[in-house]
Design a protein around this ligand. Structure first.
Ligand code: CTP
Ligand code: CA
Length: 248
């Protein structure tokens, strides 16, 4: 209750967390999706609630199992596509103190969604007799929700929403995980960017999750490792710290 929450780091705060993976429909029965389970995002939601925040969890295609036993201070808004996620995040952020974008948002979506199931030989009604074969799927870019939260803040009451992103990087010929993470942090401009460094040469060893948290300049703020709820707790305390310092 309110008295119990008063002493906690996020008492009186509203935190929006997106979790899961978007699905971009091709037709009534098919979609382009990804393997995000939503476990890291729901862990952040739980950790923020444990610190006394009111939490809105924007849940993209989460299993009931992942959503089980959430505390009553977490309200869940279900979404399917990236465009739906953008709408839900922006509208729930109008009074948010912080937003954590843990969802895996599809970068692209099919340009058009067929109203009827696409047939194997790619023949639309009236096209009988044309050459058959798999029809190419034309894609268009989805909005970058995170970058949009930075460039077009959703609050209009003069308060600023702290924006936190996640990035999973593998490193490649152009640079290692941290170089990619730092470039992304600067490009997106989020206040904090948690760069997932699992399996990389950062001296962590084989722990379930290891993140390096960067600021908008790409500079290292903190490191956290362990199970997803440990990483979530570390991230939530950084959020609380920043809110206490800048948006009291
Ligand atoms: N994100 C977003 N909207 C998108 C894509 C990503 O809000 N259309 C957010 C994710 O929720 C995450 C962060 O941006 O917090 C980083 O996502 P990531 O896919 O790593 O970044 P991209 O800019 O899409 O870069 P990449 O080319 O590596 O996919
Ligand atoms: Ca992406």
């Amino acid at each position: 209750d309110a008295r119990e929450a008063a002493g906690r780091a996020l008492a009186g705060r509203h935190v929006v967390v997106s979790a899961g993976g978007t699905r971009e429909p091709l037709d009534p029965v098919r979609f382009l999706g990804n393997r995000s389970s939503g476990r890291q995002g729901t862990a952040v939601a739980r950790a923020a609630a444990a610190e006394g925040a009111r939490v809105t969890l924007v849940a993209a295609n989460l299993d009931g199992e992942v959503l089980r036993d959430l505390p009553p201070t977490v309200s869940v808004v279900g979404v399917g596509t990236a465009l739906e996620l953008e709408d839900a995040v922006r509208s729930t952020c109008v009074d948010a103190d912080a937003v954590v974008m843990a969802a895996a948002v599809a970068d692209y979506r099919p340009r058009s969604v067929q109203g009827a199931k696409i047939k194997k030989h790619g023949l639309a009604p009236g096209e009988e007799g044309k050459a058959t074969g798999p029809a190419p799927i034309e894609l268009v870019e989805n909005p970058d929700v995170l970058a949009g939260l930075v460039s077009r803040p959703p609050r209009t009451d003069g308060h600023r929403t702290l924006v936190v992103g996640f990035a999973a990087e593998t490193g490649d010929a152009d640079g290692d995980v941290l170089a990619h993470g730092a470039a992304k942090a600067r490009r997106k401009g989020a206040d904090l960017m948690a760069v997932n460094a699992v399996g990389q040469d950062l001296g962590f060893g084989d722990v379930p999750n290891a993140v390096v948290v960067l600021d908008a300049d790409g500079a290292e703020v903190a490191r956290a490792q362990g199970a997803k709820d440990e990483v979530a707790r570390a991230l939530v305390s950084l959020v609380a710290e920043r809110l206490a310092a800048t948006c009291a």
